[in-house]
Design a protein around this ligand. Structure first.
Ligand code: AMP
Length: 433
């Protein structure tokens, strides 16, 4: 039967078991939990603390914080109004985290704030494998430090996450975007260079040529990429301080053995980015291979109304791309744990007993399953097997009359008789010892 309702295209349900949809594999809830737990463990190692911000934010915050000229704001926002308030489903988390930092005066909590987040984001993109309308990000924002060490630390955190999963097929690219004074000079130089090739540019790039020529550097168009090979390079325009910052970052990455490639075309498109920009790519994946990206965004706080500049650097990464990368590298994820005990009961009295007794076993710390449908013993044994239960308790009227049950070790197939009142102690010994 065709269901009356389906989830919205570009979103997906996460089920107890791995599943698939038209846009690829969906990892099981157990897999998600494992990945989230691992990420949190890495964050703890780096002494980052978790921040959770609302899913809905004021539209203006995102428009200013992400930038009016970006695709995210101009084309991909899920925005709506109620009364006079304009809301948006957050497309990313950096602007919300900076909002929270400024709103709660986290600068007064001493030192640098190292905040990590995990949660859903929303962008009205064309759904495809690795690109969804509701997707999930984790990331870190280090706020309050201008030193290149903060940039290196953010990159180290990002790399540590992927390393924790044994994912080594990655390539890190870095660049420096200079500061707010050097960038306009570069933009002009790039524009002047590209104007001469106007007839070779796509409509999108022509639009960007006047609005923000830096974004043309992102182009995937082969012809445009060839054109860019001889274009002026951002790195030749950056100010001395930015250059020193960049050199220091490279030295720090070398010191801790993080390999990188310098990519003069790497820009993150947003005006509030300064100095460091980086991206992590999975060398095993074709399309949607960018696992994570980030950079320094010293100008964002002012954009959001702060009177003082607040230096900050961070990365954002996608869960779905991480899952794709893990699958491509054939790195498995754990399943839900199997129940310790499955109670297979025959007859009304035994069913009632199993319902009551399962609670006692659970109070003793065991995980217990039983049949809620009153099926045949054979069907219940099949279910115990399917659920990979470690032990099955077999109970019927005769057993209860005799004050005993049968216990089957599902691994070895051994079966023994255990007194009803001894059951908790028996399992405690078997399972917890
Ligand atoms: P961005 O905020 O665009 O730099 O994205 C950071 C990371 O989030 C990307 O590298 C992806 O891993 C992930 N990501 C961004 N947009 C999507 C999307 N529509 N679907 C799935 N993952 C996404």
């Amino acid at each position: 039967m065709k269901p009356a309702y389906k989830n919205i295209t570009g979103t997906f349900d996460i089920l107890p078991e791995a599943s698939g949809n038209e846009n690829g594999l969906v990892t099981s809830t157990a897999g998600w939990r494992h990945v989230e737990t691992t990420i949190r463990e890495v964050m703890v190692q780096f002494n980052a603390r978790e921040i959770r911000t609302p899913i809905i934010e004021p539209t203006e915050l995102i428009a200013r914080g992400v930038g009016m000229l970006t695709d995210i704001v101009s084309k991909e926002m899920f925005a709506f109004e109620r009364g006079k308030t304009h809301y948006v489903l957050r497309p990313e988390v950096t602007a919300p985290v900076m909002r929270a930092y400024l709103q709660h005066r986290l600068d007064q909590r001493g030192g640098v704030q190292k905040l990590y987040y995990v949660g859903p984001c929303f962008r009205a993109e064309r759904p495809q494998r690795g690109r969804y309308r509701q997707f999930h990000q984790f990331g870190v924002e280090v706020i309050g430090a201008s030193d290149a060490q903060a940039d290196a630390e953010v990159i180290a955190m990002m790399m540590a996450v992927y390393r924790a999963f044994g994912l080594n097929e990655t390539s890190l690219r870095i660049n420096s975007l200079g500061d707010e004074k050097s960038r306009p000079r570069y933009k002009e130089a790039l524009r002047t260079y590209l104007v001469a090739f106007k007839s070779d540019l796509s409509d999108t790039s022509l639009e960007r040529l006047s609005a923000n020529p830096l974004r043309i550097l992102d182009t995937k168009d082969e012809k445009e990429r060839r054109l860019l090979e001889d274009a002026p390079r951002l790195i030749d325009f950056i100010d001395d301080e930015s250059r020193a910052h960049y050199n220091e970052l490279k030295t720090l990455l070398d010191d801790i053995g993080i390999a990188y490639q310098e990519d003069p075309f790497l820009v993150r498109g947003l005006d509030y980015y300064t100095r460091t920009a980086f991206e992590l790519e999975n060398t095993n994946l074709g399309a949607q291979s960018i696992l994570a990206g980030g950079g320094r965004y010293d100008l964002l706080a002012r954009e959001l109304g702060s009177k003082t500049a607040v230096p900050a650097v961070g990365f954002a990464a996608g869960f779905e791309r991480l899952f794709l990368a893990l699958a491509a590298a054939e790195i498995g994820l754990p399943d839900d744990p199997a129940p310790d005990v499955f109670i297979a009961a025959l007859g009304d009295e035994a069913h009632r007993w199993s319902f009551g007794h399962s609670q006692r076993l659970r109070s003793a710390g065991l995980s217990v399953a039983f049949d809620l449908k009153g099926r045949s013993m054979k069907a219940q044994m099949r279910e115990a097997n399917r659920q990979r239960a470690r032990y099955t308790v077999i109970v019927g009227k005769d057993e209860l009359d005799g004050g005993v049950v049968q216990v089957k070790n599902m691994g070895s197939g051994e079966q023994c008789t255990v007194g009803v009142d001894d059951l908790t102690a028996y399992f405690y010994k078997c399972i917890r010892s």
